[in-house]
Design a protein around this ligand. Structure first.
Ligand code: SF4
Length: 327
């Protein structure tokens, strides 16, 4: 039986692509990538792809990308899309990993749920050509949903895949995929809006600012998802939780790094984190920010507890002139 590697996100397009290949009696090995920038359902992208693989009856390998992927996002050789999304480099990276998995499993080709013209950066003809070439997979990437708009690939030419059964979907409309899903009895796929934070303009702004301050560890990147962010004049960063859920997450992250945690003493208030700080002036500004977003409404000072069991008197930030920058 011919083996092939599927890039499976667990979304509708990649699920349909797997279904089409299974119908052609291809032995499918799914591959899923979890990046630090994935927007996830409550249970997580990894879970979503794994559940879908189980339903489809295919084996799945999940690769969690960390530092090497962050490095790629910092400095992509093909540049960014509209925000901080380096889609061409990202696809080259993922396909290169898929090529290695192809070698390990003895698979003949890689396939995806990509649709020509669906995404502006990576799903254009020219971009697809670059991605295939630079990942070392020329002629070996099959896109079953739009294959008839593209040149025949090696598995089609070699006769391991029947081109006649491949499709002609293109463009941004999701209607053809939704009606195909109905036809194939697939009804519990996740909302297609999920995906990648790098395409979100607000997140991209925070990420760019963090990179400019050399904040690029996995922890730094994870912290960008939560809270209100402020840059102090010294270059230190303050993060103020916006709700109970974020407060819990910020507390747990603070436990693992060189990060100072601040909380108001006598009022309900946010968990506040301070990191990359230099001196007591930074701690004072962080305490003031912490108090600003608490239930404290007075004009006098109030106490804020800091991580090392000491306390500091703070005033709401609006009463003090400073150059704190909201990111
Ligand atoms: S949207 Fe994000 S995950 Fe998708 S190709 Fe672009 S950078 Fe990669």
């Amino acid at each position: 039986m011919v083996k092939a590697i599927a890039l499976l996100s667990g979304g509708l397009d990649s699920t349909l692509a797997v279904k089409l290949m299974l119908e052609q009696r291809i032995n499918v090995f799914a591959l899923n990538f979890v990046t630090p920038f994935c927007t996830c359902t409550k249970k997580g992208c990894r879970h979503q792809a794994a559940v879908m693989a189980e339903k489809l009856g295919v084996k799945i390998k999940i690769i969690r990308l960390k530092k090497e992927y962050i490095d790629l996002v910092k400095n992509p050789s093909h540049g960014y899309g509209k925000n901080m999304n380096p889609c061409i480099d990202c696809r080259i990276f993922m396909f290169s990993k898929a090529r290695k998995y192809m070698d390990e499993t003895g698979a003949l080709f890689v396939f995806t749920g990509e649709v020509l013209g669906e995404r502006p950066m990576s799903q254009r003809r020219n971009a697809m050509r670059i991605i295939e070439k630079e990942s070392g997979l020329e002629g070996r990437i099959l896109r079953p949903l739009c294959a008839k708009h593209l040149k025949p690939t090696a598995p089609e030419i070699e006769g391991t895949v029947d081109r006649n059964q491949l499709l002609t979907i293109n463009g941004r409309s999701r209607k053809p995929q939704i009606s195909l899903a109905k036809e194939k009895g697939i009804d519990d796929y996740p909302c297609p809006a999920g995906g990648c934070r790098l395409t979100d303009p607000n997140y991209a702004k925070r990420l760019k600012e963090a990179f400019e301050h050399a904040e690029d560890t996995l922890n730094d990147i994870i912290l960008l998802r939560y809270g209100r962010h402020f840059r102090l004049p010294s270059g230190a960063k303050v993060i103020v939780g916006r709700n109970e859920g974020e407060n819990k997450i910020l507390s747990s992250i603070a436990a693992h790094g060189d990060i100072l945690l601040l909380e108001t003493k006598d009022y309900v208030g946010p968990v506040t984190l301070l990191y990359n700080y230099e001196d007591v002036e930074d701690i004072q500004l962080a305490a003031n920010l912490c108090l600003t977003y608490s239930d404290y409404k007075g004009e006098k000072t109030a106490e804020v507890e800091i991580g090392d069991n000491s306390e500091i008197l703070a005033i709401p930030l609006s009463t003090k002139r400073t150059e704190v920058l909201r990111i």
